[in-house]
Design a protein around this ligand. Structure first.
Ligand SMILES: Cc1cc2nc3c(=O)[nH]c(=O)nc-3n(C[C@H](O)[C@H](O)[C@H](O)COP(=O)(O)OP(=O)(O)OC[C@H]3O[C@@H](n4cnc5c(N)ncnc54)[C@H](O)[C@@H]3O)c2cc1C
Length: 415
């Protein structure tokens, strides 16, 4: 039975992040958006504040820097013994709260990012220790990980990747081009998906951890985007890039079992609910803004029927966001139980993306001309720009609906 009650630690994490969001993050959001970056000094300061207010374990778990899903301790400290981990749920609570503050800041936070789940799920113990080890102490240097799957000719159609990997002695030689990679230019390592033979489709996929500075591995252009402008999105180029055999994710066993494609997909089972949680955070921010505006502006000064029509629209936004959050919590609940959750992860992401786009669009509309203003105290237009990509990256809404339909139909019994 899903328990929607947050633990004390999760409530503390949410309150701490939203408190920081209101007083420290949001006042700077538009400047970061304009400058296309969040300064390292602020990231360092923010991590320190998050640890201080939310507790060491919760912050670590939320940032995903631990080698194991349950590596942190603080978040579940309040949970009775014998209960399953709530690592994914804590991450969802943190993701919603931080996206409520500023989603670009969330994506810019140091840590393994999207690169974490494949290393965690497929990496050998030595690889997990080696690649997560660099995040343990970032007092001198901030570090990021990244995930490189998308290519100019392979976005939704993941099986079509053309980046090649050819074994040569004790190394693999990679050639190809990856695009739209979050934190790709700054990452200390990136999980790169390549194919031994594109005619094999999914069976040909292999995953490698490619470290920054490896000869033949370079950064192409940095994208200028409509939203999430303070989050870095980079192109990565691999030209005769020799990657040591030790960096083939999962080692020889994974190579033999042709697990590369599954590694890519397993990542999404963990991360799609979190993307849904982030969408809920942005949608809720816009919803709260519009609710305040409507209440202040209309409640006392306009005839009741007009206010009632606006209230009904607000209520529809609120209902959809709550339904989205319930889907997110169902998906992370299954993930914490280590149960199959691909369908629920897709449902959470597809529904939350649309619910949040609807929330931001309605919020602007409900605020009228005020909703379109851009300025230091007006973040609504930024949330409107930020939200669209949540229905695109990590599998578009359309692709989620294809996945859901396939899972539902394949689960039907013949009669
Ligand atoms: C800000 C940002 C950050 C990103 N970060 C990363 C990252 O870190 N790592 C990474 O690997 N990628 C990343 N991406 C890439 C992202 O995952 C892809 O953009 C996404 O998968 C869609 O691929 P595409 O852009 O090639 O669109 P396409 O696949 O070309 O899709 C175009 C349209 O066709 C529709 N469509 C395609 N196929 C079908 C189908 N079978 N049925 C129905 N409709 C379909 C899609 O829904 C969409 O509407 C990022 C993208 C952005 C914008």
């Amino acid at each position: 039975m899903i328990d929607f009650q947050l633990t004390d630690k999760q409530r503390q994490l949410k309150d701490a992040l939203e408190g920081l969001g209101r007083h420290v993050v949001r006042p700077q959001s538009l400047a970061w958006d304009r400058d296309h970056t969040v300064s390292e000094a602020f990231l360092r300061q923010f991590m320190g504040m998050a640890r201080a207010f939310a507790g060491e374990g919760s912050a670590e778990r939320f940032l995903g820097t631990g080698e194991e899903p349950g590596a942190g301790h603080g978040a579940d400290r309040g949970a009775p013994r014998g209960k399953p981990s709530q690592a994914n749920r804590t991450a969802a609570v943190g993701a919603e709260a931080l996206a409520w503050c500023d989603a670009a800041l969330l994506l810019a936070m140091p840590g393994p990012g999207l690169g974490g789940p494949p290393v965690r799920s497929t990496g050998t113990p030595e690889q997990r220790q080696r690649f997560f080890g660099i995040f343990k102490d970032m007092s001198q240097e901030l570090r990021w990980g990244a995930y490189g799957l998308t290519e100019p000719g392979a976005g939704s159609d993941v099986a079509a990747i053309r980046t090649t990997c050819v074994k040569d002695g004790d190394a693999w030689v990679l050639n190809g081009r990856k695009c739209y990679i979050t934190n790709g230019a700054r990452a200390a390592w990136t999980v790169i998906f390549a194919t031994v033979d594109h005619r094999l489709g999914r069976a040909g996929h292999r995953a490698f951890v490619v470290e920054k500075g490896t000869p033949g591995f370079s950064v192409g252009k940095i994208e200028d985007k409509m939203g999430l402008r303070a989050s870095e999105t980079a192109e990565l180029v691999l030209e005769d890039c020799r990657v040591p055999e030790a960096n083939l994710l999962g080692g020889a066993d994974a190579h033999a079992s042709k697990e590369g494609f599954m590694t890519a997909m397993k990542t999404f089972d963990t991360t799609r609910p979190l993307v849904g949680a982030m969408a809920c955070g942005i949608g809720r921010a816009a919803y709260e803004h519009a609710r305040y505006f409507v209440r202040e502006r209309y409640l006392l000064s306009r005839p009741i029927p007009r206010y009632a029509a606006l209230a009904e629209r607000l209520a529809r936004v609120g209902r959809r966001l709550e339904a989205a959050r319930a889907l997110v919590h169902h998906a992370v609940y299954l993930a914490d139980l280590e149960q199959q959750n691909a369908k629920e992860a897709s449902m959470a992401k597809a529904y939350a993306g649309q619910a949040a786009v609807h929330a931001c669009t309605e919020a602007i509309d409900l605020c009228g001309a005020h909703g379109t203003l851009a300025g230091s105290d007006q973040l609504l237009e930024k949330w409107f720009r930020d939200i669209k990509v949540f229905d695109i990256f990590e599998g578009t809404g359309n692709i989620q609906r294809v996945v859901i339909a396939k899972r539902i139909v394949s689960g039907l019994k013949a009669f």
